[in-house]
Design a protein around this ligand. Structure first.
Ligand code: F6P
Length: 543
């Protein structure tokens, strides 16, 4: 891999010069110059169709971005990740979420050991457990069937499972009521268990480390709630709690039978773990076969990412376009707009995936970057966003690249809904790209003073991803697409996309402040004057 600083590389400089030439060009002109643009700047792979023609790029841009990828050694870095090299250097770990979806029989070596048999052993154990809960063979302490499954976790131990549960609700067992508790805010727990019977409730405590403050606080509260509801007999913990973790010792300490613990490995990052045992609640909801289909979808995209030429590679193209906007157009944010209600939590899931991965400002060897890294990701499902923030995307002063995600078919065909939904998605991408000129507005007879207000500049870029239908396999492909796009960006920026040191400081400070809020005697506050005053006021308000 090139060790030359990114911004000093000749390709980077060429991209800068090219951006200068292209910045004044409008998508209207690019489309007018090439009648085939809308079909040629597309790629189809793994059943996903990516139309990237409405991006502010030419053939030359793509050539240069691909040259940048080659210069940064992207191909080699992809291989290194799949081979299990310790590319998470600051934590001295391999990055092998791809092994979680490797088919039985494949070989992936980590420190001399093939990890694939262990992956399938856990999957089989999860499958047997999920079947028992779903069939009613697993009973609570009083002999009642489990009707409520509550995943307790946070970050990667929550966002993936809740997103997948919502995305695949159509495929879920409606007799089971699934809930997710993540926030240490007691409102979250109280509302999740409101009206539920502990005798029919199973908690899945999901925490890679089994030390995370929020999860352990909620787990303890859940334990108290179950014990209180079932007469205080400690033996009920074994019937109402299972754990997903890499930390067997802590799980045992909590009182969960290690037989009811589902393990994973330190080479699975939290935000890359929804297809590990962290997906247990997803599997209970949708069943083992659907979960296997989800994994097959992930794997199909993994293979595409690993083997497709960079210029036809969906995650690589999306990653390079993100670099193009972030570093050359100085776009600060990117919107993800699924036109599929089942994907309502997909933007929230992507926030952790993208921002915890690429929100970094030093390179792998610790030098401060002199370019933008990860953008701010956000979004809402269409068409709701249209009646909320799209105004700013269309007529505001910020350039916000958008990913539109839609499906040809709906799982709930009712009347004209789906055609109306997709018409809106296509219309938004069209309006953003082409806008409406002052001449067009005037020709409609608009009063002169209103014309500037009704002009749409256009030239606002977007990708459109179109797939057949939202199902387990497609969800796997979609998530893997973004995972690998994030990795592609991280490689270009020469950052570690797999650590998250930025979440540590706040955790440490909170541990210092907790006793200051709880102590009977006035604490000797040694923070800054603002934090001291806030703590003192909080204490007064609670006295
Ligand atoms: O937010 C920091 C983080 O470490 C995430 O990366 C992780 O997904 C989350 O906390 C939860 O960690 P754990 O699964 O160990 O409870």
């Amino acid at each position: 891999m090139s060790t030359q600083a990114l911004t000093h590389s000749p390709v980077w400089k060429e991209l800068q010069a090219h951006h200068g030439e292209l910045a004044g060009l409008h998508l209207r002109e690019l489309f007018a110059a090439d009648s085939r643009r809308g079909t040629s700047l597309t790629v189809e792979a793994c059943g996903l169709y990516l139309d990237y023609s409405k991006n502010r790029v030419t053939g030359r841009t793509l050539e240069l971005l691909l040259a940048l990828a080659a210069e940064r050694g992207l191909g080699g870095r992809i291989e290194a990740m799949f081979r299990g090299e310790k590319i998470n250097t600051t934590e001295d770990r391999a990055v092998l979420h791809t092994a979680l979806r490797a088919p039985r029989g494949e070989k992936i070596m980590v420190e001399g050991e093939d990890v694939v048999p262990a992956v399938h052993e856990v999957l089989d154990k999860m499958g047997a457990f999920a079947d028992r809960v779903r069939s009613g063979a697993w009973r609570g302490q009083t002999g009642r069937k489990i009707r409520n499954v509550i995943n307790v976790g946070i970050g990667g131990s929550d966002l993936g499972p809740v997103m997948a549960y919502e995305a695949l609700k159509f495929f879920s067992d409606r007799a089971l009521h699934c809930q997710f508790v993540s926030n240490v805010d007691s409102d979250d727990f109280a509302e999740a268990v409101c009206g539920l019977d502990p005798a029919e409730t199973l908690f899945v405590i999901s925490s890679k480390t089994f030390t995370t403050l929020e999860t352990m606080t909620n787990a303890q509260t859940a334990r108290d709630w179950v014990l209180r509801g079932l007469g205080g007999d400690e033996s009920c913990v074994a019937k109402h709690f299972v754990a997903v973790s890499t930390n067997a010792e802590k799980v045992r300490e909590f009182g969960i039978d290690p037989a009811n613990m589902f393990g994973f490995w330190d080479w699975v990052g939290g935000r890359y773990s929804m297809d590990s045992a962290i997906g247990l609640s997803t599997m209970v909801a949708i069943g083992p076969d659907n979960f296997r289909a989800l994994l097959a979808g992930f794997h199909e995209m993994d293979e595409h990412f690993r083997t497709a030429p960079l210029g036809e590679n969906l995650p690589v193209l999306m990653g390079l376009l993100a670099v193009w906007y972030g570093d050359f157009f100085e776009a600060q944010t990117a919107a993800v707009l699924p036109y599929e209600q089942y994907l309502k939590r997909f933007p929230a899931y992507l926030q952790q995936l993208t921002m915890e991965s690429n929100g970094k400002s030093v390179t792998l060897d610790g030098r401060h970057v002199d370019y933008n890294t990860g953008a701010i990701y956000w979004g809402e499902p269409g068409t709701n966003g249209q009646h909320s923030f799209y105004q700013l995307i269309h007529q505001g002063t910020h350039l916000i690249p958008c990913d539109f995600i839609g499906f040809a078919k709906t799982l709930n065909p009712i009347g004209r809904h789906h055609d109306i939904l997709l018409a809106n998605m296509f219309a938004q991408a069209e309006a953003l790209a082409f806008g409406k000129t002052a001449e067009q507005v005037e020709a409609e007879g608009t009063r002169a003073e209103l014309v500037p207000h009704r002009v749409f500049e256009g030239n606002r870029p977007s990708n459109t991803i179109l797939a057949e239908v939202i199902d387990p396999q497609t969800l796997g492909k979609l998530v893997a697409l973004y995972e690998h796009s994030v990795f592609t960006q991280g490689v270009i920026w020469d950052i570690n996309s797999f650590d998250q040191w930025g979440v540590e400081l706040g955790k440490v400070l909170a541990q210092r402040i907790i006793p200051e809020l709880e102590s009977q005697d006035a604490p000797d506050l040694q923070h800054d004057s603002s934090t001291n005053a806030l703590i003192a006021r909080y204490r007064r308000m609670n006295s």
